[in-house]
Design a protein around this ligand. Structure first.
Ligand code: NAD
Length: 243
């Protein structure tokens, strides 16, 4: 039987991407919900809720999911840290995959970066380079921030070790530094490269996103996975068996 998905935020860019990818996964969209539609009245018929809408919608969505014991795939971003801590408690009442990036490739990049940072150690200078389209308003990207966090965790360094760009007489590079560089231009969906530069050799791990369908594919893979899980909050690393 095809998995029945309720799409929340169905009129948005991700909503459209999810609806067009769904047949590839043998998934049926049983309810397409956007602002003003009756989410509580429609949730009963679905096997799983997939949400890419607005952070302002998350509380009501999680309450409806808990009241109806429905698993959730939550891709919406933009929650303030205190708000997110509260919402995570609500989310844990059902099986919920919550990830800031649903791309399978980016999640593999996270795991490979952790492995490389662990194996290579501080003799290899770590630098992160990201490139996005000219309309992006923030820098560095959330994905670059996560890559930085992973390297800092593995090297037991604090946030002060991050070096955002360089200019002028910067002095020699410190061993503990982790450089982060944001390039902007054109219509680039999202490129991330992690460089580990040692003496006489250099390792580069790169991911290039060509289209937002990669997030939709990851989210539908998470939907198929989460329906068989116990209540709790999971991320894409769990879905892909990378933890
Ligand atoms: P979008 O602005 O194109 O679409 C959002 C849709 O949600 C709109 O149709 C809007 O009307 C609807 N919406 C707003 N409030 C709602 C509510 N209360 N109930 C139901 N629907 C509501 O945005 P998008 O590019 O589709 O992205 C949506 C969200 O997903 C954003 O938070 C974005 O950052 C996030 N996102 C996450 C990933 C990931 O991999 N986790 C990838 C892409 C986008």
């Amino acid at each position: 039987m095809a998995l029945k998905v309720l799409l929340n935020g169905s009129k948005g860019r991700m909503g459209h991407a999810l609806a067009s990818i769904a047949p590839e996964f043998g998934v049926t969209v049983c309810a397409a919900i956007d602002q003003g539609d009756d989410l509580p009245g429609s949730i009963g018929a679905c096997d799983v809720v997939v949400d890419f809408s607005s952070h302002a919608a998350t509380r009501a969505l999680l309450e409806a999911a808990a009241a109806n014991s429905k698993p959730v795939v939550l891709g919406t971003t933009g929650h303030a840290p205190a708000e997110k801590a509260e919402l995570l408690k609500l989310a844990a009442r059902v099986p919920c995959v919550w990830a800031g990036n649903f791309s399978v490739g980016v999640n593999l990049l996270f795991a490979l970066t952790r492995r490389a940072a662990r194996v290579l150690g501080e003799d290899y200078d770590a630098e992160i380079v990201e490139m996005h389209h000219r309309l992006k308003k923030d820098a560095p990207s959330g994905t670059a921030e996560r890559l930085l966090e992973i390297i800092l965790e593995e090297r037991k360094l604090g946030a002060a070790a991050a070096r955002h760009g360089r200019q002028g007489i910067t002095g020699e590079r410190k061993r503990s530094e982790v450089g982060v560089h944001a390039i902007r231009g054109g219509d680039v969906v999202g490129d991330h490269t992690v460089i580990f530069a040692g003496t006489g050799e250099r390792i580069e791990l790169a991911h290039r996103a060509g289209d937002r369908a990669i997030f939709a594919r990851g989210a539908l893979r998470a939907a198929q996975w989460v329906v068989a899980q116990k209540p709790g909050v999971y991320d894409m690393q769990d879905v892909l068996g990378l933890t």
